[in-house]
Design a protein around this ligand. Structure first.
Ligand code: ACO
Length: 310
């Protein structure tokens, strides 16, 4: 869906505003017959084929999402059933846009403790189903998508070199869904006031995002005992090109070492980093031995980073 298509459906916006403020040109919207589970199963099968892993070998499925098909049970068990991963534990991680980074940290722990050998980590969202399509402050920013990855034990010197995850729940109301949960259940009043849709204070989120992305970059490099020069590629959460550029500047990494695709997908929250990872691998920007820094922030607030050697 292009920016112009919002104008066509009566939203008071324009292509120039959206591109100038966010860098987004278009985003993808799931079709009426598609669900988070169907997209996640498709992405997972591609990742499993790529990694040479059968459904029967998966010990755990960690699904990062804030837009599940159902509020109960976990989105991960729906994917477990779709894949026929009969041996797998399955659960969700709700860390919004930092969800895939949190998921990889959990997977690393499962492998390190010997609880699992093979973990499927998925980041996926159907955000177009939880935004108010009449609210120009949010609807133009988000898109649908899923990325899937397989985490296994690696040789020494490869894999996750450092990880960092943080949160600040005092900022929760900057980006949240005020109703629909236990504190304010679905009722005629919440349906009427639309408080179950995503609500965001964009300018405040922007400020905290720039700050937390900078912190996450510093901690990732410190943790891995690497300088910015040693990073071959940065894959940041894709929310906004201005936030990405500020992050690269802070880290002292030139933009030609930063993967950007927000122009084509919008903000797909937990899916944005694994989608970018897949594209970067296929484009040959990650090869054997590449050192990649992942950095993200999201609702919560949550933020975090990983340095991974492939
Ligand atoms: N089209 C045209 N005008 C708009 C639109 C739109 N789609 N949306 C807002 N405006 C208007 C506002 O109403 C405001 O008008 P006013 O001055 O008459 O009140 C004006 O544009 C400026 O609004 P600001 O909010 O000040 O614009 P800003 O430069 O901050 O850009 C934006 C807004 C793009 C939302 C920016 O603040 C941003 O990117 N914030 C971060 C958002 C983000 O990354 N969210 C995801 C977090 S991660 C996660 O967990 C999902």
């Amino acid at each position: 869906m292009t920016n112009d298509e919002f104008v066509a459906i009566g939203i008071d916006t324009n292509d120039a505003w959206i591109r100038d403020r966010t860098g987004i040109r278009e985003r993808h919207v799931a079709g009426p017959d598609e669900t988070l589970t169907s997209l996640a199963a498709t992405a997972s099968r591609i990742a499993m084929t790529d990694a040479g892993v059968a459904a029967s070998e998966i010990d755990a499925i960690v699904m990062a999402t804030v837009s599940p098909d159902h509020l109960l049970p976990a989105a991960a068990v729906e994917v477990q059933a779709a894949l026929g991963a009969t041996r797998a534990a399955a659960f969700d991680v709700g860390a919004a846009c930092t969800g895939w980074i949190y998921g990889v940290v959990v997977a690393e722990g499962l492998v390190a403790t010997g609880t699992a050998e093979t973990v499927l980590v998925i980041g996926g969202e159907l955000l177009t189903r939880i935004v108010n399509w009449k609210d120009r402050n949010t609807c133009v920013l988000f898109g649908d998508g899923v990325g899937a990855t397989i985490v296994k034990r690696s040789q020494k010197g490869r894999g996750v070199l450092s990880s960092y995850i943080r949160s600040d729940g005092t900022l929760a109301k900057l980006l949240w869904r005020p109703s629909g949960g236990g504190a304010n259940p679905v009722s005629e009043a919440t349906l009427a006031d639309g408080s179950f849709w995503v609500q965001m204070q964009g300018r405040e989120v922007f400020k905290h995002a720039v700050r937390s992305m900078a912190d996450a970059c510093d901690r990732a490099l410190d943790g891995a005992k690497l300088s910015a020069d040693s990073i071959d590629l940065v894959i940041p959460h894709q929310a906004n090109t201005r936030i990405i550029e500020a992050t690269a500047k802070h880290a002292g990494i030139s933009m030609n070492k930063v993967y950007v695709n927000v122009d084509r997908y919008g903000n797909t929250s937990a899916a944005s980093i694994p989608i970018a990872l897949d594209e970067a691998r296929r484009a040959g920007r990650i090869t054997d031995g590449s050192t990649v820094m992942f950095v993200g922030f999201g609702a919560g607030f949550t933020w975090g980073s990983l340095v991974v050697r492939f």
